[in-house]
Design a protein around this ligand. Sequence first.
Ligand SMILES: [Zn+2]
Length: 396
Amino acid sequence: MFYLQLLIATIAGWLLARLGSSKPARVKASNSGSSQDYFVGLNYLLNDEPDEAIDAFITALEINSQTIESHLALGALLRRRGKVDKAINVHQALLARPNLERDLSNLIRLQLALNYIAAGMLDRAERLLKEVLNEGGDAKWDALRQLITIYQTEKEWENAIACSSQLLKNVRFTKDPILLGAAAHYCCEMAEQYHHNNQSTQARAKIKRAFTFQRKSIRAMLLLADIEQREGNYKAAIKELLRVRAAKPVFISQLLEPLEFCHVRLGSRAEFEILLREMVLEDSSTEAALMLVKASDSVEAIALLREHLEHSPSQKALLELLGLQLQAVDENVASSLESLLNRVKQQAKGSLEYCCHHCGFETKNLFWMCPSCKQWDNCQPIGELSNRQVSSASKQ
Ligand SMILES: [Zn+2]
């Protein structure tokens, strides 16, 4: 609504200037239709009918060099209100005008491409954006951004990487963490496909490329660890997994299984348990605590869980502790409580495990790109996340 009001103020100013100017009577007569349409538009707006108001304003404004930007904005407004077909018509009419300056014609193409993207006509949008790219000028950076969106949607990762590399050459974007992170994910998408097809050399090359965009890419580290593990390079796999722990301890729950596997293969299970204790103490990891409990006798496990719960309360750890303590309770009491506890545990198992920081979307599986808000790197394990939030809050 704010844009509409702003636009109306601009149009009103333009119309008043034209109506108030001392032009010949013949020109004023031809303007009377425009001003009438303008007042019709204003009426619609006052009656809270913005779509009709936009239509009336478009009719009121004859397309010329002075009004072209207002038409551009009205078209964009139509798109934002979901009237994509009308927006396409407005911008196509502007683009059809003869002798458009390069910068203006590029601006119109960018708007038209956005309309096509909104309408799902990605091929048309791509064609237009490539025209803008070939013509150069400042608009090319916006064109690259839009092309990246298209290639991401179409899963054309190599093209997305190429456009990202071009965009990152601009000093304004060189250090943009969102662009860099997304580019690393495009490389990882390709690496995953190669890894899936047992083409580890190609997968490793893409992972290496991912690290050039984001040195601490969690996804690239996890993938590399998986490749190393599959090839029997257990020490190298452990090294990568520990890099993940150092960069983002919130992902510890993803590391425990492969770390255990590699240590067992290397015959260093004791070393793994030392590592688990470190994760409990230094990272407040509930998952590490629960894994440690499995390898401990009940007295040791109860002490460990109690201590962990003191500074990192979590439902999972509490249920485990209750289960262990039931063993010391009277048999009749224990059996009735045990069935209740199992039901609660079952319910906890079905709960969602990952949450998007950006939009709050919750899911059972880890998505590198949130399926809801389409942002990369915002989904994180809920359990470890809430523990860390609680522990950091308690430190404050
Ligand atoms: Zn999200």
